[in-house]
Design a protein around this ligand. Structure first.
Ligand SMILES: Nc1ncnc2c1ncn2[C@@H]1O[C@H](COP(=O)(O)OP(=O)(O)OP(=O)(O)O)[C@@H](O)[C@H]1O
Ligand SMILES: [Mg+2]
Length: 216
């Protein structure tokens, strides 16, 4: 479904990615592990079309995303790709419900449709009594679940998560990890998760180890 070929990326004289080849299938939960500075986040950003490689290609089925113009790429990303970051990155001025609705509204869903969809997902994630709270009124685990709901709202092909449980305690961490697998089992949702958490990496279908800009 997603494939990248011979991806390279440098920042100035620093060669961060040194030729990455990778394929991710629909419904897979893949983890990416490796030491700090190995290039994990850089690779995730490139796979997620938030950044461009210096060379190489990223394809989703038969779409080569390198060939999309900026506007087309933004629309493609909104429709097909969800992100969950280490620190939720919810918008503080908006409620949980509004935060989850935003990607749907950006994708030109009608407001009533976006609201219905957002409520369904928040409900599924056990957050139905938190929908009118703002991020500052939610616990860390709840904020991350809202972030997952936001990533899910447009039913993307894939969700990229960069150390999604990095800021959570043991219990919330375990719950968030279980949620990824529940979503895969119920909706065949694909996940690519950068993690330092050995326990999570062991649960995933496949672990990709990166060292110094290469896959080991
Ligand atoms: N925008 C940038 N400009 C310059 N250097 C960068 C930039 N982004 C990343 N780097 C450098 O590229 C290297 C890889 O960074 P990256 O964030 O991909 O590592 P990582 O594997 O995600 O590490 P961590 O586990 O600490 O998050 C690091 O040396 C980092 O300092
Ligand atoms: Mg990183």
């Amino acid at each position: 479904m997603i494939s990248c070929k011979n991806i390279t990326k440098s920042f100035g004289t620093l060669n961060v990615l040194k030729g990455i080849d990778l394929t991710i299938e629909k419904g897979e939960v893949v983890s990416i592990v490796g030491p700090s500075g190995a290039g994990k986040t850089t690779l995730l950003q490139i796979l997620g079309t938030l950044d461009k490689p210096d060379s190489g290609t990223v394809s989703y089925d038969d779409v080569n995303v390198n060939q999309l113009k900026e506007k087309e790429l933004a629309a493609f990303r909104n429709k097909n790709i969800g992100f969950v970051f280490q620190f939720h990155q919810l918008l503080p001025e908006f409620t949980a419900l509004e935060n989850v609705m935003i990607p749907a509204l950006i994708g030109h869903a009608r407001s009533s449709e976006a609201e219905k969809k957002a409520k369904e997902i928040l409900n599924f994630l056990g957050l139905s009594d938190r929908i009118s709270h703002k991020p500052s009124e939610l616990s860390g685990g709840e904020k991350q679940r809202v972030a997952v709901a936001r990533a899910l709202v447009n039913q993307p092909e894939v969700i990229f998560a960069d150390e999604p449980s990095g800021s959570l305690d043991t219990k919330n961490k375990a719950e968030l990890h279980q949620l990824f697998f529940d979503l895969r089992d119920q909706f065949n949702q694909t996940f690519v998760i950068v993690t330092h958490d050995e326990a999570l990496a062991q649960l995933t279908d496949r672990t990709i180890s990166m060292v110094d800009g290469k896959i080991k």
